[in-house]
Design a protein around this ligand. Structure first.
Ligand SMILES: Nc1nc2c(ncn2[C@@H]2O[C@H](COP(=O)(O)OP(=O)(O)OP(=O)(O)O)[C@@H](O)[C@H]2O)c(=O)[nH]1
Ligand SMILES: [Mg+2]
Length: 404
């Protein structure tokens, strides 16, 4: 290893290792004699040649790319594995003329199970067709065929399974399973049909086909709070301000096309998950803008944050429209515990609009600026109050709470 060496007061004081090029006596700038090098130089890391390594950052996907990765609906056809055929055979051995039937049963077909995995975040890797593994046929010498292996399909937490539009399962806990299709039973070998009346049965049955089903999987993300607002109200900016999430922010409407979840961290290690969903406009229930289908992602939210843009005239109308659209999607959705957040308070006409809003609503309005960070702490504290209220309610009802 090559070193750069300093000669000071007759001692060799050496610095951190340098590159492999050559060894220099620093004062003379000449290569250092190899014997001296061997006796006095220790190995350390090279500060100059060491690559500047920064911490690995999570890759940020554009909204367009995210749409490819974030899939929240799938229709899937499931066919369970077919049972194996039963065997028809007779025992054959020297000096044993009537060995009797020894055809084994076929193995059962493999089932298909939908299983929740906390690591999976979208349905993008779920295929549109699944076929279970067939059972193996039975053999002679009473050998039973091997059962088909169970096929597991990993889905995210919060997946709802529907059949013909009717909900059949709600998979909201990690590790929860739902049998999408049972495998068929294996056939019986001729040994099974041995009886006092029939000493040499020739009957063996074939395996049953697996269950066939068409199911719809719908993902409803699990978050404690859901942010609802008009496009450009600053929902994504607010999520960036209160959490580590990095949804795209831009000055044009409908920047956010997919829901984003950010986790707000508190000092006592309590975590509140907040979901940012695409903007809603007046008439969204008639499929205007991006429609209302993404509202299923806030169906499970325990409380809502109405984000109102204070820079526009009459912010109360925004709130009314948002509540109206939520009611069109699901009755009573707008009555959930909620907070009203007035964003863009840093803009000149915002304080006047805030007063107008306050006069029209009985609920507390929290003015914030996601851009400058003004009053964001108050919002976080209020969020925590809502969260604590939810935890208290669930504890009183004896239900398990969703914790992140
Ligand atoms: N002055 C000011 N501008 C803000 C504030 N918050 C957001 N903005 C700006 O408003 C624009 C829209 O912000 P976004 O966070 O993308 O709004 P959004 O509600 O997520 O919009 P969509 O995703 O389209 O629904 C951006 O240009 C932001 O810089 C704020 O507090 N003050
Ligand atoms: Mg957005």
């Amino acid at each position: 290893m090559m070193q750069r060496i300093l000669l000071e007061e007759g001692k060799f004081i050496w610095r951190k290792t340098l590159c492999r090029k050559s060894v220099f006596h620093s004062s003379l700038n000449k290569p250092f004699p190899p014997n001296v090098l061997q006796s006095s130089v220790f190995a350390t890391s090279c500060i100059i040649c060491a690559k500047a390594r920064s911490l690995r950052k999570n890759r940020e996907y554009s909204e367009k790319k995210l749409t490819r990765y974030f899939v929240d609906y799938r229709q899937i056809s499931f066919i369970g594995g077919r049972g194996g055929k039963g065997a028809c055979s007779f025992h054959s051995e020297p000096r044993k003329e009537f060995g009797g039937p020894d055809g084994g049963n076929g193995g059962d077909g493999g089932s298909i199970i939908i299983k929740v995995d906390q690591q999976v975040k979208s349905l993008s890797l779920v295929a549109s067709r699944y076929r279970g593994v067939d059972g193996e046929p039975g053999g002679s010498k009473n050998c039973t065929g091997r059962n088909g292996k169970t096929t597991y399909i990993r889905v995210p937490m919060g997946t709802v399974v529907k059949e013909n539009g009717t909900q059949v399962s709600d998979l909201s806990r990690n590790g929860q399973e739902y049998v999408a299709a049972f495998g068929g039973l294996g056939g019986k070998g001729n040994r099974f049909f041995l009886s006092n009346e029939t000493r040499a049965p020739l009957t063996a049955t074939s395996g049953e086909p697996g269950q066939e089903r068409i199911l719809q999987l719908e993902l409803r993300i699990l978050a404690h709070a859901g942010m609802v607002g008009f496009p450009n109200a600053g929902k994504s900016s607010l999520l960036r301000a209160i959490s580590e999430a990095k949804p795209a922010v831009a000055a044009y409407p409908f920047t956010t096309l997919n829901p984003h979840v950010g986790v707000v961290q508190y000092r006592d290690h309590e975590q509140v998950a907040v979901a940012d969903i695409p903007g809603i406009i007046r008439g969204a229930h008639e499929n205007r803008g991006l429609g209302l289908s993404f509202l299923r992602h806030i169906e499970r939210c325990r409380f809502l944050l109405f984000v109102i843009d204070l820079s526009v005239e009459n912010p109360f109308a925004q709130l009314e429209d948002l509540k109206f659209e939520l009611e069109q999607y699901e009755k009573g959705l707008s009555n959930r515990p909620h907070a009203i957040v007035g964003n863009k308070i840093d803009l000149p006409n915002a304080p006047a609009n805030l007063e107008v809003l306050r006069q029209n609503v009985s609920h507390r309005v929290i003015p914030v600026s996601a851009l400058t960070g003004q009053n964001v702490e108050e919002l976080m504290l209020h969020l925590r109050e809502l969260y604590d209220g939810y935890i208290q309610m669930e504890d009183m009802a004896g239900r398990q709470t969703d914790r992140w």
